[in-house]
Ligand binder design. Structure first.
Ligand SMILES: [Zn+2]
Length: 384
């Protein structure tokens, strides 16, 4: 067994003194013990479409110890009442849930929310239809903290990028890059200086981010689907995702290797049955349980994958594991990097079975999950 040492962000050959639920070959070098993963982009819908219990179990099995919830819940997290409700519902779970607040709602100063400070990571525009006017109004009223930006010019229609043969393929390729530029430059004008760009999908966006990094502090993420699929791989509505799968998959993979992209996220987006109509299906894929394996299958580099699921997302949040009350090795994930399996979303613990990776053969599996010094999940079973 090897250890992922998060201080050096390297896999090392050291020993940890912990017990295991059963006897097995602890000398096996394919086994890696890591701190829990951090997902800075998770959706919980509530109202029967995923609640904090189903998400907690799904995230645990996926290896995650902390998730940052986006505000497009039902109702959206845009006022104090809804925010308090989410913090109450998500309290006391094995996964540490953090929250973002809609940039367009009633709350104007997050630092004023004394009791919530440890639970809130910033503003977010994710999942909300907004105009340029909304952005200007919001930036002129809100206090400066980190902004998670779902960068999209919503006035331009289209579910897929122009050039694909899919229905309603009208979205311009430049849409995302223009939206990134609009958010950052507008925010800067009102004193905002920290931006996290969500699910980057095009090379033009990466070029825009590199340009804007001269002016502001900008981090960015990729998602499992954007580094796995090309537009020609789209066969069913579970692969209808926002932003759409783009032709730039290989360039996104390279940008991760080159360090241009700060970290991995899941954009886990559970939905009930999406149906066969590409025009009518909602956006999103449910996949927090298999996200690690997707990344390992694509990158074939355990150290790179763990870095992008642990220390790099923490850097975006400007937090440490200790601040999230996660302490290695009392809180840890045991990974079998040699395992392979085929995704069967009907077995998911998430209420969302709408998985873009259904039927895919993936590499690497979460063997065990440890929380507060105790194994809570082992080899497919929850332990009491
Ligand atoms: Zn999202």
């Amino acid at each position: 067994m090897q250890i992922f040492d998060y201080a050096s962000a390297k896999i090392v050959n050291s020993k940890v003194d912990i017990d295991f639920p059963e006897r097995f070959d602890t000398e096996n070098p394919a086994l890696v013990l890591s701190p829990p993963f951090v997902d800075i982009h998770t959706h919980v819908r509530l109202n029967d479409q995923e609640d904090y219990d189903s998400l907690n179990r799904a995230a645990l099995v996926g290896g995650f110890g902390a998730c940052v919830i986006q505000p497009n819940t039902k109702p959206p997290i845009e006022n104090l009442g809804v925010l308090e409700n989410h913090i109450r519902l998500s309290k006391g779970k094995e996964v540490k849930f953090l929250h973002t607040v809609s940039l367009f709602g009633d709350i104007e100063d997050l630092d004023e929310l004394e009791n919530f400070k440890d639970n809130i990571t910033g503003w977010s525009t994710d999942g909300i239809r907004y105009t340029s006017e909304d952005l200007v109004r919001a930036f002129s009223r809100k206090k400066n903290v980190l902004v998670f930006d779902h960068s999209q010019i919503h006035e331009i229609p289209g579910d897929f990028y122009i050039g694909t043969s899919l229905p309603n393929a009208l979205r311009t390729y430049s849409n995302e890059a223009i939206a990134i530029c609009r958010t950052v430059l507008t925010g800067l004008e009102f004193g905002f200086n920290k931006f996290h760009i969500q699910h980057v999908s095009t090379v033009q966006s990466l070029e825009m981010i590199e340009f804007l990094r001269r002016k502001a502090q900008i981090t960015c993420e990729v998602t499992p689907h954007h580094v796995f699929f090309l537009p020609e791989d789209i066969r069913n509505t579970n692969q209808k995702i926002n932003p759409p799968i783009s032709k730039d998959r290989d360039a996104l993979v390279k940008a991760v290797r080159d360090g241009v992209i700060t970290c991995f996220a899941t954009d886990h987006a559970p939905h009930p049955e999406k149906g066969d109509s590409f025009e009518q299906a909602p956006y999103g894929s449910s996949h927090i349980e298999v996200a690690f394996s997707v990344y390992l299958t694509v990158f074939q580099d355990v150290e790179l994958v763990l870095r992008n699921l642990t220390v790099n997302p923490l850097r975006v949040l400007d937090k440490t594991y200790e601040m999230l009350d996660l302490h290695f090795p009392d809180d840890a994930v045991l990974i079998d990097t040699s395992a392979e399996y085929v995704v069967e979303s009907r077995k998911f613990l998430s209420k969302g079975k709408n998985c873009a990776f259904e039927g895919q053969r993936l590499k690497g599996r979460i063997l065990g999950v440890r929380r507060n010094g105790r194994w809570v999940y082992w080899n497919g079973e929850f332990l009491n």
